[in-house]
Design a protein around this ligand. Structure first.
Ligand code: HEM
Length: 221
């Protein structure tokens, strides 16, 4: 009891005194008062939406079939016949939009509070990769329903990627798996969406959080 009081009254931002063999100095660190404000919630909210995306995505993958013949029909089946399928799909679609909104607000908070400056510049760089990965999740996911919106939306994005100087054509050709959006594109987008991107996101998040812990949260403005 006395130990618990000691932790609760530890000064803001200071490591509380070690309270036992399992409680390390790191895990006992408290969040400074300025970092408990509204604008500081958005890194955590982005993480929360990422977890929700992973969980709802796993359920969708039980039913989704990534072939040109079955993709649209399997999405239709999820929305109309699977119990609460419409709900899981909506969580996933709206979650993807919320994650983009949250990550942009998080970036703006970091920018406005100048938290990207030394010694956190490498965490900003890790963040830029996290942002690119979040966008890539959106791009790869939007083709999966295999309807008109999916096809033409992806065609527009690929046309933009092709315009990138020097590497544009090669990158577009690589991710589509040919010159036109067809079965290879669907396979590549699906494998990227459920394997490569989640694995990279998990590793980068580990690095991002490790740096936040190591460097501590930046001070108030
Ligand atoms: C999946 C995406 C991301 C997640 C889940 C995430 C999560 C977090 C969390 C939980 C924190 C602790 C402080 C806070 O919540 O504000 C943080 C800090 C930080 N993030 Fe992110 N972040 C993401 C993307 C980004 C992006 C896109 C950038 C910038 C390009 C960025 C740059 C930073 C920096 C520099 C810090 C340290 C801020 C400080 O010490 O005040 N993060 N991030």
């Amino acid at each position: 009891m006395q130990e618990a009081t000691k932790h609760a009254t530890a000064p803001m931002g200071e490591p509380a005194e070690a309270g036992g063999r399992v409680r390390s100095r790191e895990s006992a660190r408290t969040v400074p008062a300025h970092a408990r404000g509204f604008w500081y919630c958005f890194g955590g909210l982005t993480f929360f939406t990422a977890i929700m995306q992973a969980l709802s995505g796993i359920v969708l993958a039980f039913y989704y079939q990534p072939t040109p013949e079955r993709a649209y029909a399997s999405i239709f089946y999820i929305s109309h016949y699977v119990k609460y399928g419409w709900f899981i799909r909506s969580v996933h679609v709206w979650g993807s939009r919320l994650m983009v909104v949250f990550i942009i607000i998080h970036m703006l908070r970091v920018y406005v509070t100048a938290s990207y400056k030394h010694p956190r510049e490498m965490n900003w760089v890790a963040g830029v990769f996290l942002f690119i990965i979040t966008m890539a999740f959106g791009l790869t996911g939007s083709l999966l329903p295999w309807d008109q919106q999916a096809y033409w939306g992806t065609a527009g994005a690929i046309a933009l990627i092709e315009k990138t100087p020097v590497v544009g054509d090669w990158v577009a050709h690589f991710i589509v798996g040919g010159d036109t959006i067809g079965p290879s594109a669907l396979s590549r987008f699906y494998s990227g969406h459920i394997m490569m991107l989640p694995a990279t996101l998990a590793i980068l998040l580990g690095v991002h959080f490790w740096m936040v812990r190591k460097q501590g949260i930046s001070g108030p403005l």
